[in-house]
Design a protein around this ligand. Structure first.
Ligand SMILES: [Fe+2]
Ligand SMILES: [Fe+2]
Length: 217
């Protein structure tokens, strides 16, 4: 399965970039960045088709994660969007078939949600041939807590990869996280301190992410 970072805070030559997060996992879109134009431009430049998605997931209702969703709904009318409850009416107006995420569990075959933590944000785990890949948005409730909840929901003891925004965590959260996953890919709002810490302390686990990064799992 291919993971393609459509936008990350870190730019890449030949791609557009802004503050936001959007990643394609197989034919599942997780979060949709801030700006539809960035998604449109980068998907073309990366040779990725955003029409015909299987379903989409929104981690939490912050603009740097949902800004591009009206564009995604335009390309995929009636697409299922798994998201926290509060934005359902808006998602419907955009043209989605919104499905509120509440408790932890399997939402689609081999796809698990952490359930909504702190009334705000969820993360998902996707079963791949290499194991469970955990995708997070901003990790406001804590990347270790979200990952633990995804592991519990899926029955896995350990993830093969955790990727997404870690929200400048206190370093003990990264120590917790390191025990739960083979690979760590801090992106989006993780911050330089957290990235450097993972690189230095868990070098063998560190995966560098930027706009346009492709990871094969
Ligand atoms: Fe964010
Ligand atoms: Fe956020």
């Amino acid at each position: 399965m291919k993971l393609i970072v459509l936008n990350d805070n870190v730019p890449s030559k030949g791609l557009k970039n802004d503050w936001g997060w959007s990643i394609l996992v197989g034919r599942i879109l997780f979060d949709a960045d801030t700006n539809p134009l960035v998604l449109a431009y980068n998907s073309k430049a990366l040779g990725v088709e955003l029409k015909g998605l299987k379903f989409a997931v929104l981690s939490h209702w912050h603009y740097d994660h949902y800004g591009g969703f009206p564009y995604i709904a335009e390309l995929n009318p009636g697409l299922k969007l798994y998201a926290p409850l509060e934005g359902m009416a808006m998602a419907m107006r955009w043209g989605f078939d919104p499905i509120p995420v509440t408790s932890p569990g399997e939402i689609e075959k081999r796809v698990y949600t952490s359930g909504i933590l702190d009334n705000f944000e969820h993360a998902i785990g996707i079963e791949t041939s290499s194991g469970l890949v955990v995708i997070v948005g901003c990790s406001h409730p804590g990347v270790d807590r979200l990952t633990k909840a995804v592991l519990d929901a899926s029955g896995y003891k350990k993830a093969c990869l955790v990727i997404g925004g870690f929200h400048s965590p206190p370093l003990w959260r990264i120590d917790n996280l390191a025990k739960m996953t083979e690979l760590i890919a801090p992106a989006h709002c993780s911050g330089d301190v957290a990235k450097e810490y993972v690189k230095r302390r868990y070098g063998e686990k560190f995966v560098d992410v930027r706009t346009g990064t492709v990871i094969e799992v």
